[in-house]
Structure formats: structure tokens, C-alpha cells
Design a protein around this ligand. Sequence first.
Ligand code: HEC
Ligand code: HEC
Length: 309
Amino acid sequence: MDINFITRRIQRLINTIFFCFVFYFLSLQQTTPYAHLIGDVKQGEYVFTVAGCQSCHTEKPAATGAGGVEIRTPFGSFYTPNITPHPIFGIGLWSRDQFADALRYGKNSRVGSFFPSFPYTSYTKMSDQDIISLYTYIMTLPKIAQENKSHELDFPFSWRFSSNFWRLLFFQPGTYQYNQNSDEVWNRGAYLVQAIGHCAECHSPRNFLGKIVNDMTLAGNPKDYDGAVVPNVTPDSETGIGLWKEGDIVALLKFGTLPNGDVVGGKMMEFVMNASSKLSDKDLQAIALYLKSLPPVYNPEAIATKPEF
Ligand code: HEC
Ligand code: HEC
């Protein structure tokens, strides 16, 4: 074998290795849009609380994130899974991408497709930074060895694959898009209502397959899964919160008090205690400003509380 042949061989091998590396790094960049982000534990803890992850995934107060909370729907009962970093029972072995995919796309390479009882339909709008901070915070939680309870669903929903159809039919993934025509406070409010607070998940009517009726978003749900009326929170003055002042909205989210002197009840009281009362005053004001700026929607079937002067 002449020496030239060997050098050419080696040269080719080096080229191949080089291209493999380039390819590898390019593909890394494609699949991990989060690679450059550094999670902020404090911010992650804040989002974990105010977005309701903590309350929906915590049945026993001493076992934060261990799941087991029952969510009743017309399709059957869902039980929230363990999202502590336990490697077997929780999500300890999930990569940042797999976690982010769950929130952004409602599916990932570990589980497949998720049921929308996990409100990823709102969380999809979260910023990359908030998602990565959430992940970083969750990974600091105590690992809890609690096994997941299986959902008790009616056919065909008992078949996880069926959630694919729902996702494909009704779900639009995508981060919150900053509205250049409005200021920072308005955009923060919109982000908090649409992505973090997932207010529309409860405050909007749904069709028979559980899809939110688009042009009635936030206009109230005459019949929630538990039979409750969830009021219209658009600023319609007859049926919504049009006569509420911004301060009334802040007081409700912070203390659960209504502008007629009453206290809010049901699932909203839980939401206030576990989530919205933990929002910063700045964030509460942003939410109030945003809600008051929405186009009013008339919905006589889900009338809001009238303030008393
Ligand atoms: C309304 C209740 C509710 C809220 C609020 C909620 N989740 Fe969940 N979550 C669920 C349910 C139910 C499932 C199971 C869905 C399924 O089996 O497809 C789930 C599944 C998950 C999973 C997948 C775990 C696994 O092992 O499959 C992750 C991760 C998760 N949630 C994280 C979060 C985070 C982070 C938040 C807050 C931003 C959050 N959840 C808020 C109800 C909720
Ligand atoms: C888990 C479901 C749920 C979520 C999430 C939720 N709400 Fe509510 N909300 C309710 C229910 C149910 C009521 C009615 C409570 C009652 O009957 O006293 C209510 C009541 C209210 C009221 C009082 C309206 C009135 O006329 O009495 C306001 C305002 C409100 N919610 C705003 C919000 C905002 C803003 C968000 C998001 C940051 C939000 N809610 C998230 C379920 C929810």
C-alpha cells in the first residue's frame, strides 16, 4: 500500500468526523432552542405557584408536586401525576426539552400526547425563559416516591392515543406574541391572563368535546364540569365586569373579596388562595388593566357580580 493512499484514507476519515460533528451541533441547535437559557429558581418558584402547578399537582401539603389530585370531567376522572424530580415516580429523568415540549406542544418523547386536563392549551404561550425557570425550580423539589394513579376515563378517552386527535383538531401551539401597539404593562397583563393564569380555561364555555368556544373566550361558562356558573370577566357592563374598577379586580384576585361586599366561592376561592393571591401587586394591576381593555362580550348565561356603591 503506498503512503499516499493511506494519507488520503486518513484525510477522508478526518473529513467524515468533522462533518459528523458539524451535523451533530447543527441538529443540537435545532432540537434545543433552550440551550442558551439559564433557569432562575426564584422565578420558577413564582411561576409554579401563580400558574397553579403547585395546587393542581399537590394533594398532600407535605408532598409538593407529588400529584394525586382528582379532576372530574364529563370524560371521566383524571389524577394529576407526580412531577417531583424522583427518577422513577416523578420526572427526574426528563430532559429540559422533554419538559418544555410537554408545556409548549402538549406532547413529548417520553409520554406521547397529553390530555388537555393539563392546561397546556394556555401554557403553550409561556416564554421559553419561564418554562426553563420552572424546570430548574422543579428539579430542586424533594423527590417523592409516590406512584401515579391511573386516570379513570370512558372509552375512547381511556386510550392515550385519542388525545392526539384532540390536540390535532383543537390545539394551536405558540409562544405569547408581544403586541407592539400596547405598552409593557398591558402585554404583561395579557401574558399573565392567557399563559400563566390560564383564566380562559375556566371562564369560557366549551363545546361537547371540551374545546373552548373561540369568540366567547373569558365571557363566562354557564355550566362548568362541576355544574357551577363561571362568570363573564370581559368588561360588558350588563353581564360582565364592566362596572368593576381595576382596584376591584385586584382585590378579588388578592383577597377573594367581591365589590358587593361578598366573598368569591368555589374553584375561584381555591385559585385565589393557592395562586392569584401570591401574584405581585404589579402583576395584579397588569391583569386588571388588561381585563378592562378587552372587547366586552355579552353573555346573559354567566352574569358577573354587580358592584354596590
Ligand atoms: C388543572 C390542573 C393542572 C394544572 C393547573 C397543571 N397541571 Fe400538570 N397535569 C395535569 C394533569 C391532569 C396531567 C396528566 C395529563 C395526562 O395524563 O395526559 C398533567 C401532567 C403534567 C406533566 C406530565 C407528567 C407525566 O409524568 O406525564 C407535567 C410535566 C406537568 N403536568 C407540569 C405542570 C406544570 C409545570 C404546571 C404549571 C405551569 C402544571 N402542570 C399545571 C393537571 C394540571
Ligand atoms: C379553576 C378555574 C378558574 C380559574 C383558573 C380562574 N377562575 Fe375566576 N372564577 C372561577 C369560578 C368558578 C368563579 C365563580 C366563583 C363563585 O361562584 O363565587 C370565578 C370568579 C371570578 C371573578 C369574579 C366574577 C364575579 O362576577 O363574581 C373574577 C373577576 C375572576 N374569577 C377572574 C379570574 C382571573 C383574572 C383568572 C386568571 C388569572 C381566573 N379568574 C382564573 C373559576 C376560575
